[in-house]
Design a protein around this ligand. Structure first.
Ligand SMILES: Nc1ncnc2c1ncn2[C@@H]1O[C@H](COP(=O)(O)OP(=O)(O)OP(=O)(O)O)[C@@H](O)[C@H]1O
Ligand SMILES: [Mg+2]
Length: 579
C-alpha cells in the first residue's frame, strides 16, 4: 500500500504524454510544416545575398540589384507569413493539453483510496496539478516547436556551411562539437536541479496549505511565529533550489555566444586567406559568415530550450508518477457467495497502517443483519480502523472481509456505498444547502420538492432534526466559509446516511457533539430504520450503547466480545488502571 509520491525522479518518457495530444495532430502538422517553410525561406536568403554580391555588386552591375531586392523581399515576407500560420495553428494546443492533463490528474486523484491521501500532502498534489502541468504545457506548446524550427535551421545552415567549402565548414563546426559534448555531460545535473526545484515548490505549497488549514490552532496558541518560521524555512529551500535550477538552466548560454563568435573568428581568418589564394569568392565568404550566425543563434536558443526541456522532464516525471500509480484497491473478479457469513464477516483479518504498528491482528468476527453492535475501547484502540475496514476504506493487510457472504473486494464502489452508510467521526459538509448536503449523491429523492422531501423525512422520523436549522432545507451550510457547528454537521451527516437506506449503518462517535435532547431524536430515527438494518455504534459515552445486542471491546489488536455493558465497563476501567 505504498502510495508515496515523494521520491527521486525516475525515467520519464515524454512519449507518455502523447496520449494527451493525440487529437492535436492536424494543428501540429500544420504548425510543423509552416515552421519548416519559414526556416527554408530564412536559409535561402544568405545564398541569394552572396550570389548578388558576386554577380552584380562586385562587377558594378546595378540593374541586378532590384531583382535581388525583390527576391529577398519575397523570402522575408514568405518567412513572416509561415511563422504567422504556425502561431495561429499552435494557439490553443497548449491550453488543451493543460486542460486534458489536469482533468486526467484530477480523475486519477479522485479514484485513489484513503491510504493515498494519508501518505501525500494536499499541497504537493495541488502543486502537481497547477505548476507541473504548466511546465509541461510550456514545453509542448512553445519549446518543442521552437526546437523543431531551430533544429531544422541548424541542420540547413550546417549543410550550407559544408557545401560552400568543406574545409572551412568543418573548421567552423568544431566549436559546435565542443558544445554538444558539454550539453550531453551536463544534462543529468541540470535535470536533478530542476527536479529539486519542483519538489521544494510542492513542499512550499504543502506548508502553505497546512498553515491555512490550522490557522485556528495558530491563533489560539499565539504561535504565528512558529508557523512563520516553518514557512520561511520551506520558502528559503524553494528559493535556493529554484535559483540553482535557473542558474543551471542558463549557465551555458554565454558559452554558446562565445563559441559562435569563435566560429566567426576562425571563419574570417581562414576564409580571407582562402579568398586571397583565389579558392573562394567574397560573396561566398559573406554567405558563409551569415550561415554561421544562422547556425549558432538557433544553437543558443536550443541551449535555453535545454533548460526548459529538463524542467519539463522533471515535471513530466512527477505527473507521470502520479498518473501511473497503481491502485491496489481494485475490484476483484471473484464474486462467489459463501453461506453463513452474516452481513459482515472478518476472516483472519490483520491490519497495519503503512509504517505503523499492527492495529488489528487475526480478527474473526461476524455481524448479522438487523442487529445493533457497539464497539467500545480506549482512545487509539482501533475502533475507527475496524469500521474503515468494514466500509473498505482500506484493505486488510492479511485475511478477508466479507459483505453479504461475498469478498468485499468484489463489490464496485457504488454497490458498496449503497449497502454501507458510514457517519464519520469528523463529517464534512459541502458548500451548499441542507437539502443538497443530505441528498449528496442520492438520486432516490432528487426529484422531490422541498415539501415532499419534508414529508418523507417526517416518515423516517428525521423532520424535527431539519427544522432545527433556521431555514430548514434551505439553510446554507458548508466547509468553506460555512457556519455549521460540529453537532449540526453530525446531524446532517446522520440524515444523509439514513436517507440512503443502507443495510449496515456505522456511527463513529456520531453523537459525540450532540445534546441529549437531540440525541433522543437521533435514537428514534435509528429505531425507525427497517428491521433488517444492522448498526455498528462506536461511542465513548456508554449510555448511547445501552440497547446494543452485542458489545465488542476493541484494543491491543483484538476485538473481544464483552458480553454485557457492565463487563465492557470493567474492561475499560481495567485498561485505564493498567496505563
Ligand atoms: N491514517 C493513519 N495512519 C497511521 N496510523 C493511524 C492512522 N489512523 C489511525 N492510526 C493509528 O491506528 C491506531 C488506531 O486508531 P483508530 O483511529 O482506529 O482508534 P480509535 O479506537 O478510533 O480511537 P478514538 O477513540 O480516539 O477515535 C492508533 O494508534 C492510531 O494512531
Ligand atoms: Mg476513532
Amino acid at each position: 500500500m505504498n502510495y508515496q509520491l515523494n521520491k527521486p525522479p525516475g525515467k520519464v518518457k515524454l512519449s507518455f504524454f502523447w496520449q494527451f495530444l493525440r487529437h492535436e495532430k492536424l494543428p501540429m502538422f500544420v504548425a510543423l510544416s509552416a515552421i519548416l517553410i519559414s526556416s527554408l525561406f530564412q536559409l535561402a536568403a544568405p545564398t541569394v545575398m552572396g550570389h548578388a554580391l558576386d554577380t552584380y555588386i562586385l562587377v558594378g552591375d546595378e540593374s541586378g540589384l532590384l531583382k535581388i531586392a525583390l527576391q529577398l523581399l519575397v523570402l522575408f515576407v514568405g518567412s513572416f507569413v509561415a511563422s504567422y500560420i504556425q502561431t495561429i495553428a499552435m494557439g490553443g494546443v497548449g491550453q488543451r493539453l493543460l486542460f486534458n492533463l489536469r482533468n486526467a490528474i484530477f480523475t486519477k486523484v479522485d479514484s485513489m483510496p484513503m491510504a493515498f491521501f494519508n501518505q501525500n500532502k494536499a499541497g504537493d498534489l495541488i502543486s502537481r496539478i497547477n505548476n507541473d502541468t504548466e511546465k509541461l504545457n510550456q514545453f509542448f506548446s512553445e519549446a518543442i516547436m521552437r526546437f523543431v524550427g531551430n533544429a531544422f535551421m541548424i541542420a540547413g545552415a550546417g549543410i550550407s556551411l559544408v557545401a560552400i567549402d568543406v574545409r572551412l565548414g568543418v573548421v567552423a563546426l568544431l566549436p559546435a562539437a565542443a558544445l554538444l559534448i558539454i550539453a550531453k555531460a551536463s544534462g543529468g545535473y541540470i535535470k536533478r536541479k530542476n527536479a529539486a526545484s519542483l519538489q521544494t515548490t510542492g513542499n512550499f505549497s504543502a506548508a502553505v496549505q497546512e498553515n491555512l488549514e490550522n490557522f485556528k490552532v495558530m491563533i489560539v496558541f499565539n504561535r504565528q511565529d512558529y508557523f512563520r518560521e516553518r514557512l520561511a524555512g520551506v520558502n528559503e529551500d524553494n528559493y535556493q533550489a529554484t535559483k540553482q535550477s535557473e542558474l543551471a538552466n542558463s549557465a551555458f548560454t554565454p558559452l554558446y555566444t562565445f563559441m559562435g563568435q569563435a566560429a566567426q573568428l576562425i571563419a574570417i581568418t581562414y576564409g580571407i586567406s582562402l579568398v586571397l589564394s583565389g579558392s573562394l569568392t567574397i560573396g561566398l565568404l559573406i554567405s558563409f559568415l551569415t550561415y554561421i550566425t544562422r547556425f549558432y543563434d538557433p544553437l543558443r536558443q536550443v541551449a535555453s530550450f535545454w533548460g526548459s526541456l529538463q524542467a519539463a522532464l522533471s515535471a513530466g516525471d512527477r505527473i507521470q508518477h502520479l498518473l501511473t500509480l497503481p491502485t491496489y484497491m481494485t475490484v476483484t473478479a471473484d464474486a462467489h457467495t459463501h453461506e453463513n457469513l452474516g452481513l459482515v464477516s472478518f476472516k483472519d483479518v490483520t491490519f497495519a497502517y503503512p509504517d505503523g504498528k499492527t492495529v488489528l491482528s487475526d480478527i474473526n468476527l461476524t455481524l448479522e443483519p438487523g442487529k445493533t453492535y457497539a464497539f467500545v475501547g480506549p482512545t487509539g484502540g482501533g475502533k475507527t480502523t475496524s469500521a474503515s475496514l468494514i466500509a473498505r476504506l482500506y484493505d486488510p493487510t492479511e485475511g478477508t472481509v466479507y459483505l453479504s457472504g461475498r469478498d468485499i473486494r468484489s463489490y464496485t464502489d457504488a454497490e458498496r456505498a449503497q449497502k454501507i452508510g458510514f457517519i464519520l467521526q469528523d463529517p464534512f459538509l459541502l458548500q451548499g444547502t441542507i437539502r443538497e448536503n443530505i441528498l449528496y449523491g442520492n438520486t432516490r429523492f432528487d426529484h422531490l420538492s422541498d415539501t415532499e422531501l419534508m414529508d418523507e423525512l417526517a416518515r423516517l422520523g428525521l423532520s424535527e432534526l431539519v427544522t432545527r436549522f433556521e431555514n430548514g432545507l434551505k439553510t446554507e451550510v458548508g466547509s468553506v466559509g460555512g457556519t455549521a457547528s460540529a453537532g449540526q454537521k453530525q446531524i446532517v451527516a446522520f440524515i444523509r446516511a439514513i436517507l440512503r437506506a443502507p443495510e449496515l449503518l456505522i456511527l463513529d462517535e456520531a453523537t459525540a457533539n450532540i445534546d441529549t435532547v437531540t440525541e433522543k431524536l437521533l435514537d428514534q430515527a435509528l429505531e425507525a430504520l427497517p428491521k433488517a438494518t444492522a448498526k455498528v455504534i462506536i461511542a465513548h459515552r456508554l449510555n448511547t450503547i445501552a440497547n446494543a445486542d452485542e458489545i465488542f471491546f476493541v484494543n491491543g489488536g483484538e476485538i473481544t466480545p464483552a458480553g454485557s455493558l457492565e463487563h465492557a465497563m470493567d474492561m475499560l476501567l481495567h485498561k485505564a488502571r493498567q496505563s
